[in-house]
Write a protein that binds this ligand. Structure first.
Ligand SMILES: CC(C)=CCC/C(C)=C/CC/C(C)=C/CC/C(C)=C/COP(=O)(O)OP(=O)(O)O
Length: 237
């Protein structure tokens, strides 16, 4: 409640009660889990990010992903539970959950570049766009060029690294939670493959995972959910 009052008192025009509630909830979770527990800084960051449409570099984009999706991952761990037999540290499981939230959000951003641009938003690191020789104008024009392809390859590679980081953590979750988490990981990661299959045209073509691929992901996810936690596999060698 204190956090909601705090956000209201900042009197951001247009900040609805529902939004203030969400932001307060996120702020609460972040305050509990972020190692650097600087509440005032975070409060200001959340208020600014609600209006932000550009991200200077990956650090800034990461923080956006952290607040909108990483926190969801963190909150999921106590709900899903860690396998009683797991030997992993609690911290490593939370890190993996955070990584999955970030991976999902980065994927979401890469899929929605065109849609976001039409709303005047560019959720891409400005410094990396500049390094690739691209400007905001290029994003608004939405033409797939070799510069765009190479920029996208770098972004996709990074998103895949976060998925990879998340994978070990999934094996440490309670048995009942592993299947749905594996399924969502496999399905969401395939969006990146579809962006590649669309020759990086995420301006006018929506990367979509077809029904057959979705169905196929389910037994694969089930198989993976039966695997023993990664922490045990190593300790038994
Ligand atoms: C890996 C371990 C240890 C635990 C799992 C932890 C979890 C469940 C992490 C996933 C967190 C998550 C669901 C984040 C949100 C991801 C995301 C980008 C959702 C997309 O939301 P929308 O914007 O509504 O999607 P659309 O754009 O597709 O409508």
């Amino acid at each position: 409640m204190a956090a909601i009052t705090l956000l209201r008192s900042a009197s951001l025009p247009g900040l609805s009660d529902a939004l203030a509630r969400d932001a307060a909830a996120v702020q609460h979770v972040c305050s509990s889990y972020l190692p650097n527990n600087n509440k005032e800084k975070k409060r200001r960051w959340i208020l600014c990010s609600l209006k932000k449409t550009r991200y200077k570099n990956f650090d800034e984009l990461y923080m956006y992903c952290y607040y909108v999706a990483g926190t969801v991952g963190l909150m999921s761990v106590p709900v899903m539970g860690i396998a009683p037999e797991s030997k992993a540290t609690t911290e490593s499981v939370y890190s993996a959950a955070l990584a999955l939230g970030i991976a999902n959000q980065l994927t979401n951003i890469l899929r929605d570049v065109g849609e976001d641009a039409r709303r005047g938003r560019i959720y891409l690191p400005q410094d990396e766009l500049a390094e690739a020789g691209l400007s905001d104008e290029d994003i608004f024009n939405g033409v797939v060029t070799n510069k765009w392809r190479s920029f996208m390859k770098r972004q996709i590679k990074r998103a895949r690294m976060f998925f990879e980081e998340a994978e070990r953590g999934v094996t440490e979750l309670s048995q009942a939670s592993r299947w749905p988490v594996w399924a969502s990981l496999l399905l969401y990661r395939q969006i990146l493959d579809e962006i590649e299959a669309n020759d990086y045209n995420n301006f006018t073509k929506r990367a979509y995972v077809g029904k057959a691929k979705k169905l196929l992901a389910l037994p694969v996810a089930y198989g993976r959910s039966l695997l023993m936690p990664y922490s045990l596999r190593n300790s038994q060698k």
